[in-house]
Design a protein around this ligand. Structure first.
Ligand SMILES: [Mn+2]
Length: 289
């Protein structure tokens, strides 16, 4: 089903990650989506760029800034959904998934929500396990209610159950994260598994698992292979190619009950000639139509 109206939700923060740049992604992407879809099919939810806070706890870097963005995003998401619009979060670093998942968990209920997380990483570190203390690596531990109460967005302790989280494409997973995601019951289809079995086989498994659930798709552009796409913080070899992500998105949007979409970690500052933006817009055209 094609929604009548998309809500384009800006999440203007990059200090949940070690790299500046992604806080301006919405300003590059949104005008192009409006151009393609037409202004009458788009509602805009812009956000002020945040100055990274100067003081923050050593174990949660830029805590105030990151959490204020996720809280504002959550409010905008809920307002858009209440108007019947299809929420599209444009980050920002991946910490903004805390705002998206808080809103989706409150709307659909943790038991009825599934997440397809297309990313080179699994972002499931707790405060205790994180070596970097960057919140963009902890957003799923937050959504699962696995980490400390002070890192909490929205009303629910847990916005989703681990068994309803399906990763596609991870190839850079911290050692402690394997234990956390296994304990939580998440399913991880690594980049290597996609290469070995093919994307379609992985998509079939995920479709079967998310059947009957409201599904959020969170797409981190760093899942892509750096030979093709480099405009993001981490350029890790062994990634997916655009057509794999495009096919997966087409199938998920055709066959799953996709209720919200998110695209994060695109950095216009690392894309001076705009080549990667064109690649990204081709991928987004398979999700937002
Ligand atoms: Mn990532």
């Amino acid at each position: 089903m094609t929604p009548n109206k998309y809500a384009l939700l800006e999440a203007a923060v990059s200090c949940g990650s070690p790299f500046a740049g992604s806080e301006r992604a919405y300003r590059a992407i949104a005008p192009r989506l409006i151009e393609r879809l037409g202004a009458d099919r788009v509602s805009l939810y812009p956000m002020e760029l945040r100055t990274p806070c100067a003081d923050y706890p050593a174990d949660l870097l830029h805590y105030d800034t990151v959490c204020s963005v996720s809280e504002e995003l959550r409010r905008n998401w809920l307002a858009a959904y209440a108007k019947g619009e299809f929420p599209v979060t444009i980050g920002g670093d991946h910490s903004v998934a805390m705002g998206t998942l808080a809103a989706a968990g409150e709307t659909f209920g943790a038991d009825d929500l599934a997440l397809i997380y297309i990313d080179a990483h699994t972002d499931i570190n707790t405060i205790e396990s994180s070596a970097s203390h960057m919140i963009h690596g902890m957003d799923l531990a937050e959504a699962l209610g696995l980490t400390v109460p002070r890192l909490k967005i929205g009303r629910n302790d847990a916005d989703i159950r681990g068994e309803n989280i399906h990763f596609i494409g991870p190839r850079s997973v911290d050692d402690p994260e394997w234990g956390i995601l296994e304990q939580a019951g998440c399913t991880c289809h690594t980049g290597a598994e996609v290469r070995r079995r093919g994307m379609n086989a992985v998509v079939e498994d995920v479709l079967r698992a998310v059947r009957g659930k409201k599904t959020v798709i969170s797409f981190d552009v760093d899942v892509l292979n750096p030979s093709i796409f480099r405009a993001t913080g981490y350029n890790i070899p062994g990634g997916l190619v655009p057509i794999e992500v495009e096919n997966a998105l087409l199938l998920f949007f055709e066959e799953a009950d996709v209720a919200a979409f998110e695209c994060v970690e695109y950095s216009p500052a690392k894309d001076p000639d705009g080549t990667d933006l064109e690649t990204l817009l081709g991928i987004l055209a398979c999700a937002i139509r």
